[in-house]
Design a binder for this molecule. Structure first.
Ligand code: GZL
Length: 345
């Protein structure tokens, strides 16, 4: 028997006695108060009917908007959050680590249910990740990794194997020049200094071509994953190196900028200078189909659906694998022509 029912059975009504009216007003006030409590209980704690109490809030810190890959990655994360019913607090760091650290601290203050981010560089995250751990907010790394020794600071890392991507680029080059004695002069446009993709794509590529001394990296510099910087650095490479045979660019955007520089120097990209890039975004695939790029190693930006699944498991306290590697392939010029019409990004 609830309080209202108890009160109704205890009250002896006699319409003609004034004290009865007083009792009724107390009763009405009690009913309103209980009704008020009842309606509040729905908005706190978890509502078995799956009401507002069940929704997840994710704080997501994105690197920036530096490349076609990043734009596609942002779209994938935002669309997947929407279809997963996850409330997304999204922050664009404009490729600055201090902006990402500020965003992570803000998410901690807002007491989000889970934090996900793509660390612009590998180092310098332990302090803020410890703050998230102390606040009991799980963290998921997506796209890029951190070099923290304490792997308990994050639940999982979802993203590509960048060393493998670099090796695939090197393996194509070794095959392409297997009948040539060399030297093969290579210039390299590196990604953002200190970032996992730049460090690992460089290492994987160097490991494979290092087996044959005919391959010589005659210049290597960061183009910060942008088209503009890729063009600027390639112009400098062309001025100081008359005999460039190959360009290895850590992403399509820098490769596309370099193509402008190569054409500006009166040379033919894809022929005078062979070009290998990584990503396989639409503009890169078009240049590959047009013969201006010779080979692209795919790096998928479509991490959104897997990220949201991992977030739901992590928030529910379920175990998740410490590392989730994304599936990706490679493209020759012929394969690009076949793949272009159905390319999602
Ligand atoms: C790779 C990603 C890189 C892309 C670039 O996962 O972090 O950053 O290769 C992007 O295009 O800027």
């Amino acid at each position: 028997m609830n309080a209202v029912h108890r009160m109704l059975t205890l009250t002896n009504f006699r319409k003609d006695t004034p004290h009865v009216l007083k009792k009724i007003s107390v009763l009405v006030a009690a009913v309103v108060a209980l009704a008020g409590c009842g309606s509040n209980s729905g908005s706190t704690g978890s509502d078995p009917a799956g009401g507002a109490g069940d929704s997840i809030t994710m704080g997501f810190s994105q690197v920036g908007a530096e490349s076609g890959w990043r734009t596609a990655n942002t779209k994938s994360v935002q669309e997947s959050a929407k279809s997963a019913g996850i409330e997304l607090k999204f922050s664009d760091a404009q490729q600055k680590q201090e902006n990402q650290i500020k965003a992570l601290r803000s998410f901690i203050q807002q007491k989000v249910d889970v934090i996900a981010f793509s660390p612009v560089v590998e180092s310098g995250w332990d302090t803020v990740l410890k703050e998230a751990q102390n606040a009991k907010i799980p963290v998921i790394l997506t796209d890029r990794a951190v070099d923290s020794k304490d792997t308990s600071l994050y639940k999982t890392f979802l993203g590509s194997d960048f060393v493998e991507e670099g090796k695939k680029a090197g393996q194509w080059l070794v095959e392409e020049y297997k009948d040539e004695s060399g030297p093969v002069n290579i210039v390299e446009l590196q990604g953002t200094t200190g970032s996992a993709p730049a460090n690992d794509r460089k290492a994987g590529f160097a490991e494979v071509i290092g087996a044959d001394p005919k391959f010589k990296i005659i210049a290597s510099q960061t183009g910060d994953f942008t088209r503009a910087k890729g063009k600027e650095v390639m112009e400098a490479f062309l001025k100081s190196n008359p005999d460039i045979d190959v360009l290895y660019a850590h992403n399509d955007d820098m490769g596309l900028g370099a193509i402008e520089a190569i054409e500006g120097a009166g040379k033919t990209p894809g022929a005078d200078i062979k070009i290998i890039t990584v990503d396989a975004v639409k503009d890169g695939m078009q240049a590959l189909a047009d013969g201006k790029i010779n080979y692209i190693v795919e790096c998928s930006p479509l991490l959104g659906p897997q990220l949201m699944d991992l977030a739901k498991k992590v928030v529910a306290g379920e175990q998740v694998p410490p590392r989730v590697v994304t599936e990706e392939t490679t493209f020759t010029q012929e394969q690009a022509k076949q793949a272009l019409p159905s390319r999602q990004y």
